[in-house]
Design a protein around this ligand. Structure first.
Ligand SMILES: [Zn+2]
Length: 246
């Protein structure tokens, strides 16, 4: 199975603006902010579950704020990729908004006009920005009193940025860590096909390691972490065995 590209060259898209030289594009109505409304509903429900004494208004307000920091962190991650690409003079081909969320578009993943080092800089821009954001966020979180809505929102902000600076660095093709590893191998003298094969080999082993870690997490009743690890493990195994291609 090959992951379909978010936009192909020549696809009919509407350019709604530019960010850091990158065209911001949409296709039909697929830009509608479904992710925002869906996440708002889930987070309002969770806000009520955490504190059942909350009124409906309070649940909606806390849900709105936690949704905004979670999805906003993902937006900032992608905009940081655009900034990194802009700074080295190799802007991304497009940033497509799908269901309210951004998708980074590079038409040619093995673009020969982009050096291995530049590929790495573009890939690291997003995760490094989220890691840098953690410094003020952790400080603010420590300052917020336990049990307040501000603390809940900051817990989400810290969690989202930890996730975006770590999970995105897993060495999987299609995410930042995979691109960084591949181009580091190419910079080290390997051909692109050799680097792709080496990344697949890493994924075969990582699939086993993450699945074991997921099982341990479930056994220790850490269901959310266990679920994320199991999902990443299954993805890595599928990539490692060539079932999913970038
Ligand atoms: Zn990224």
């Amino acid at each position: 199975m090959k992951k379909p590209p978010a936009v192909r060259p020549g696809d009919e898209v509407t350019v709604i603006g530019h960010v850091f030289e990158t065209p911001l594009v949409v296709r039909g109505r697929t830009w509608l902010p479904v992710a925002q409304f869906g996440a708002w509903g889930i987070m309002a429900w969770l806000a009520g579950k955490r504190r059942p004494q909350r009124t409906w208004g309070q649940r909606l307000w806390v849900g709105l704020m936690t949704m905004a920091v979670a999805l906003g962190s993902e937006w900032l991650h992608n905009l940081a990729h655009a900034v990194a690409a802009h700074l080295i003079g190799k802007p991304m081909d497009a940033l497509r908004i799908t269901w309210g969320m951004p998708l980074v578009v590079y038409y040619d993943l093995n673009d020969q006009d982009v050096t291995p080092r530049e590929h790495i800089v573009r890939a690291l821009g997003g995760p490094l920005f989220n890691a840098a954001l953690l410094i003020p966020l952790v400080g603010l979180r420590c300052a917020a009193r336990d049990g307040t809505a501000a603390r809940e929102v900051l817990d989400m902000a810290v969690g989202a940025n930890v996730f975006l600076s770590t999970v995105s660095m897993l060495p999987m093709p299609g995410i930042d860590g995979g691109a960084a590893l591949k181009w580091a191998l190419v910079a080290d003298g390997r051909s692109v096909p050799q680097a792709d094969e080496a990344v697949r080999r890493v994924n075969r082993w990582m699939g086993v390691a993450l699945s074991v870690a997921g099982a341990v997490a479930f056994w220790k009743r850490k269901r959310i972490i266990g679920g994320v690890l199991a999902l990443c493990g299954a993805m890595a195994s599928a990539i490692g065995h060539g079932l999913i291609e970038e």
